[in-house]
Design a protein around this ligand. Structure first.
Ligand code: SAJ
Length: 416
């Protein structure tokens, strides 16, 4: 069994840089690798090119004592951690090109005995694909010592940290590690044990991949159930929020909350990796994705219905653009899609947008001349129809009398 002294972390984003920094502050020699020269330069100055609480302390400290450096070229190392993006293609299959590019950087540096860990959220089978890809590039090596060839150990260890709490959760969360071989699993356990205080659960690579996807699909399916209930309840004239609250009094029922759709870069993406791996068998998971993706169109219809009952000069206030409450993250937000579609479908209407966590509209909305960003009080005051899209505290706490006489479409049920 090898001892790991030097680690190369490929991909210095939201997961890679914190992982590199925490390994470096725990005594390992770490080289971070990224294709973005600007980010590499910033890290070598001890700076962090994005916002994550406490990360700069770790990066600045490790860089100043020389345990963390950054570069654009993959160096030789005892262990390699791949933390690169896995976006999905237009047909919802995973785009593995970043993983393959990282592997092409690693392959020439292998001598035998190294550990290669995939951290990126990936469809089942990706770690095996990575392992086979490496061996394809380096046929002089093997995954298990076959034919006496030196071994490259390959394992998966999915990240499960919550942005905003990364430096805490990296240390305290449990981890799952799954190797292509038992020896790879054990080596990966030893590496994470350097900084992880949670339990480290051992399994095989495909199960580790699926565990991450299943956690997020579990949420997606349950949110889809709540969203479907909201549409059914509307048809039947029932208040879905009261309905869910009452049903949840049962000791074994815990229904999640309906909303305008599911956003973010995890729950709305990861289930597709399961669907593309087993299309015929993943019917419930696919349906949940489709149900959640269909919710924005239903919300748009509700706004159009409300507008029918008011004058042709009526204005709409859309409250919230973020993908969930009390954050400024607009990525994959259903609220943005809804506002964009309303501005296209209703070009003659003025749409007043309030989003207390941003100072300007995102680029995808700037080309629409009928969209105007303003403060919440003014947007509500000037509007005839108020569309609540995000349950930010500011909206929960606002004076409800401002809504009197207005038509309200409350997608989060905060003003019941
Ligand atoms: N949502 C609802 N109703 C609910 C709960 C959530 O409509 O009852 C919506 C939110 O508004 C949002 C979306 O779902 O649009 C996702 O929000 P979230 O807070 O449930 O999850 P994320 O995407 O911020 O983070 C998830 C977490 N995974 C799980 O809870 C299983 C987090 O722990 C993971 O680290 C993260 O995905 C990730 O990186 O995979």
């Amino acid at each position: 069994m090898n001892t790991i002294h030097k680690v190369a972390v490929i991909g210095l984003g939201y997961i890679g840089l914190p992982t590199a920094a925490i390994l470096a502050t725990n005594g390992l020699q770490v080289v971070g690798v990224d294709i973005k020269q600007d980010n590499v330069d910033a890290i070598n100055r001890g700076e962090v090119p994005f916002v994550e609480p406490d990360l700069h302390i770790h990066v600045a400290g490790a860089v100043s004592v020389g345990t963390l450096t950054a570069t654009t070229e993959t160096p030789a190392a005892d262990a390699f951690i791949l933390a690169v993006p896995t976006p999905f293609n237009a047909d919802k299959t995973a785009d593995l090109s970043y993983i393959e590019a990282a592997a092409r950087g690693v392959a020439p540096q292998l001598r035998g005995g190294e550990l290669v860990i995939l951290e990126s959220t990936s469809p089942p089978g990706t770690t095996q694909h990575l392992a086979d890809y490496l061996i394809g590039l380096r046929p002089d090596l093997s995954l298990d010592g076959a034919q006496g060839k030196p071994i490259v150990h390959v394992a998966h260890c999915p990240e499960r940290v919550l942005p905003g709490r990364v430096m805490i959760e990296l240390v305290t969360n449990d981890r799952i590690v799954g190797g292509i071989t038992d020896e790879a699993t054990e080596l990966a356990r030893q590496l994470y044990h350097v900084f992880c205080q949670g339990d480290i659960h051992l399994t095989d690579a495909a199960t580790a991949e699926m565990a991450k996807l299943v956690e997020n699909s579990y949420r997606d399916v349950n949110i889809a159930f709540a969203n479907e209930l909201s549409v059914i309840s509307d048809k039947m004239g029932i208040d879905v929020w009261e309905l869910i609250e009452l049903a949840n009094h049962h000791p074994r029922v815990n229904i999640l909350q309906p909303g305008p759709g599911v956003g973010g870069h995890c729950i709305a993406v990861d289930p597709w990796f399961i669907v593309s791996a087993a299309p015929n068998e993943s019917r419930l998971i696919r349906q949940a994705r489709e149900t959640n993706d269909a919710k924005p169109a239903w919300v748009i219809d509700q706004v159009k219905l409300a507008l029918k009952e008011v004058g042709s000069e009526a204005k709409v206030a859309a409250l919230g653009l973020a993908f969930k409450a009390n954050i400024d993250d607009l990525r994959e937000s259903p609220a943005i899609g809804i506002v964009k579609q309303l501005s296209v479908d209703l070009p003659e209407r003025t749409i007043l947008i309030a989003e207390p966590h941003v100072t300007m509209l995102p680029q995808s909305l700037t080309s629409s001349s009928n969209l105007h960003l303003m403060n919440t009080e003014r947007a509500v005051k000037e509007a005839d129809v108020v569309l609540l899209l995000v349950d930010h505290d500011e909206f929960k706490e606002m004076d409800r009398s401002a809504l009197l006489g207005k038509s309200v479409v409350d997608t989060r049920g905060i003003w019941r």
